[in-house]
Design a protein around this ligand. Sequence first.
Ligand SMILES: Nc1nc2c(ncn2[C@@H]2O[C@H](COP(=O)(O)OP(=O)(O)OP(=O)(O)O)[C@@H](O)[C@H]2O)c(=O)[nH]1
Length: 362
Amino acid sequence: MSQSNAAKTSAGPIPVTVLTGFLGAGKTTLLNRILSENHGQKIAVIENEFGPESIDNDLLVQDRDEQIIEMNNGCVCCTVRGDLVRILDELRAKRALGKLGFDRVIIETTGMANPGPVCQTFFIDDSIASAYMLDGVITVVDAKHGHETLDTQTEAQNQVGFADRILVSKVDLVEDAEFQDLRARLVRMNPRAAITPANFGQADIRELLDLHGFNLNAILDIDPQFLEGEHPDAAEDAHSHDHHHHDGEACEHPSHSHAHAHHDDAIKAFIFKSDRAFDPVRLEEFLSGIVQVYGPDLLRYKGVLFVKGSNRRLLFQGVHQLMGAEPGRAWLANEKRNTKMVFIGRNLPQDIFNLGLEQCLA
Ligand SMILES: Nc1nc2c(ncn2[C@@H]2O[C@H](COP(=O)(O)OP(=O)(O)OP(=O)(O)O)[C@@H](O)[C@H]2O)c(=O)[nH]1
């Protein structure tokens, strides 16, 4: 394993996975599972815990193949972001000098954290942006308490909105109908993240690492359902909304599906599609305006755009106010040129977005 590090040290950016989920959802359980699995990778872990002792930036554990660094006193999303940058910088420097070998980084955020600012770190800070690549956000949702947490905690909703993958823990503690109901709700909130049940962190590691969720070039290769607007769960959800017991069995438990069937979450996703090309100037103007106004409530947005005057697909994505676009591959001769965009955010005025985007069409 360590041999491979030497080779990787100078190669491309270091992939980073952000692991999030509400308090007690099962993040640590999943992380321990990832670390104990024999996947042949060395993982540096940055943990952000609330605690009275400041052990900030100490290497706490250096056995096996992991380096675990704990960031204390504060929340990685706000006060400690400077620390996160510093720690990532130090890790990079040590790795470059050969003092530390690792293939990737996992950041376990505190249950209270909004993953947005953590993700932004990888775009805002130049030294971080060049050394690291944000690979994806994994959100753990507790099957037993998920509904309640989502009802009451804004940060839990944000965490779902940001996810590239959602792992539902503690499925062993609920009936299948309850799990399906939670799943339907999660799909409404974030149709682009695959949802997998994972008891005690038992998940296929290969489905969690190398997601390229934030990597524009890989957008469509990695998740073929991305932006399809026809997520298998979403399709099912549309029909099962009022019919939770299609197998004819009535549910006796008042606490089950019914109670949550009509949740209207503030975090929602919508998709914009068009076969007409965008006028690039108008589009740029509209988007930069709209992120100024709605940035704080825009969690994730991504798209593959058909733009007038270009024979290449334009790949576009953003986190809050930070937006970026880059040319993708050329449209194929027999390919139908069109635009697909997804917006995930809190209380977004879908009609304003749709209308505005329509007006940007050439
Ligand atoms: N029944 C059951 N219990 C689980 C599962 N996953 C985790 N737990 C338990 O849930 C509790 C919390 O799990 P942790 O992994 O510590 O959760 P966490 O998200 O790291 O918690 P914080 O660090 O407090 O935010 C522990 O007692 C775990 O054993 C699961 O799939 N099923």
